[in-house]
Design a protein around this ligand. Structure first.
Ligand SMILES: Cc1cc2nc3c(=O)[nH]c(=O)nc-3n(C[C@H](O)[C@H](O)[C@H](O)COP(=O)(O)OP(=O)(O)OC[C@H]3O[C@@H](n4cnc5c(N)ncnc54)[C@H](O)[C@@H]3O)c2cc1C
Length: 426
């Protein structure tokens, strides 16, 4: 089995073979070359702004080319929780942003002619335990009444039309969600940003960020750059350069395996409608087909990716996949890889301005759609001066309770164990 990102074998990813010198002065410097940074850069460049993307590795290196490609509606916390916390009006706006986010991906893919297989496959949320299904009918009524959003309950006896597994106890389908190949998409987004006039700089890790009068001086591994405004889109890789933001973001590992190509018949049996599928556990599995391969992900280890966590995850995920789909018992797993997700302490996405620096972070597994859309809308707000009006800027961006976190997530093993306990009892 290769410790390699399968998606990277499907496209010529941007590389660092032809580095151009860093410009000395720009209007905007964007830190991070993923969906957030590239979407923002494309938007800014289209509005005539001189914008440079500074990326520590290669463009698209982070979560944006490693994810499951699920382009989902909704937020990480349930919409019932969102209403309880923020009230109906704001909850409606926040949910609408999630729908707009999927539209943004669809529109950008079409406008820029990005060949990444985007389609509205719909997502399927499956009940891992019989009693998890109990609330599904209420959930459908709630989403319809509060958000005018139609989702459909799939009772247990009809689930075979959606998934070739007897492991689950019913589901909910949301036809608005989509799916894509993330490496092809992020590569297309990079080309689109460049075509619009943005400059993209690989191997330009930002080491220091300082105010100098009305501007910022940004020290990178490839020289300094002066910019009037800065946007941080570093997601789960947010480091000590933006210490205040780092202390608000928990980096959490997520891992994926990809099987060899399956026969058409077997692929159709596993997922007849090509849905983006995820389950109702805290330690959840998410899976989907791409090019007749089963792409099966999960939070097999909590710590971010390294050789060790990836190797251990490969076996855990293979066992999980066979538990869901015994049909795959003898199928070869060809690839395994990992990446880092960004969770805020309230599980919400946050955008705003801190010490004059703009940010968009905390996608909690919803970044394919949200990072694409918020990169764009935060960029617009930077130009129009109205970031405070953004729906995702209307609530606090909390840090750790008692401030007990300096950027190293020492509590992850405990959090992981706690989630396993919750999965056992709930
Ligand atoms: C395994 C996995 C599966 C996932 N599945 C899904 C899914 O199916 N659906 C979904 O919606 N979301 C999913 N996600 C989450 C989604 O991929 C992310 O939310 C999204 O890609 C975030 O994009 P981004 O541009 O903000 O960050 P990233 O793509 O992570 O990019 C951040 C970049 O910042 C760079 N950087 C960091 N520090 C510096 C610095 N000091 N100087 C310069 N550059 C720096 C990093 O090198 C990195 O390339 C998944 C994530 C993972 C890891």
């Amino acid at each position: 089995m290769n410790q390699q990102i399968y998606w990277h074998t499907t496209v010529q990813m941007p590389d660092d073979s032809n580095l151009t010198p860093l410009p000395s002065t720009m209007d905007v410097a964007v830190i991070g070359g993923g969906f957030t940074g590239l979407s923002a850069a494309r938007t800014l460049a289209k509005r005539g702004v001189k914008v440079a993307v500074l990326e520590a590795n290669t463009i698209g290196w982070g979560a944006s080319s490693r994810n499951g490609g699920m382009t989902l509606t909704g937020l990480k916390p349930s919409m019932q929780t969102v209403i309880q916390r923020y009230g109906r009006d704001l909850a409606k706006q926040l949910f609408q942003v999630s729908l707009d986010s999927v539209d943004t991906v669809e529109r950008v893919v079409k406008e820029e002619n990005i060949d990444c297989g985007f389609a509205r496959y719909g997502h399927l949320y499956v009940a891992s335990k019989p009693h998890h299904f109990d609330g599904f009918n209420d959930e459908v009524g709630f989403m319809s009444k509060e958000f005018n959003h139609k989702v459909k309950v799939i009772p247990p006896n009809e689930l075979r039309g959606e998934i070739g597994s007897s492991n689950y106890h019913g589901g909910i389908v949301d036809e608005v969600s989509g799916g894509l190949n993330p490496a092809q998409y992020v590569t297309g987004l990079a080309h689109a940003a460049e075509k619009a006039g943005a400059t993209l700089h690989a191997q330009a890790r930002v080491n220091k960020l300082e105010r100098s009068g009305t501007r910022f001086v940004i020290q990178t591994t490839r020289g300094n750059i002066s910019a009037e405004k800065v946007l941080v889109g570093t997601s789960g890789y947010t480091g000590s350069v933006t210490k205040k933001l780092q202390r608000k973001i928990i980096p959490i590992g997520s891992f994926i395996i990809a099987t060899e190509k399956l026969s058409d018949d077997l692929a159709r049996e596993l997922s007849p409608k090509n849905r983006m599928i995820f389950d109702s556990m805290h330690y959840l599995n998410y899976f989907r087909l791409w090019d007749n391969r089963m792409i099966f992900g999960g939070r097999a280890a909590f710590f971010p990716e390294n050789e060790n966590t990836i190797r251990r995850s490969a076996e855990i995920l293979r066992c999980e996949m066979i538990r869901v789909y015994p049909q795959l018992k003898d199928v070869k797993v060809e690839y395994v890889w990992g990446g880092t997700l960004d969770f805020a302490f309230d599980m919400m996405t946050h955008v705003g301005e801190m010490d004059g620096i703009y940010y968009s972070l905390g996608y909690a597994g919803h970044g394919v759609a949200m990072a694409s859309h918020l990169g764009k809308t935060v960029a617009e707000a930077m130009l129009d001066g109205n970031i405070k009006d953004h729906p995702f800027a209307q609530f606090d961006f909390p840090g750790a309770p008692l401030g007990l976190y300096n950027g190293f997530p020492w509590f992850l093993p405990f959090a992981g164990a706690w989630q396993k306990i919750l999965d056992w009892v709930e």
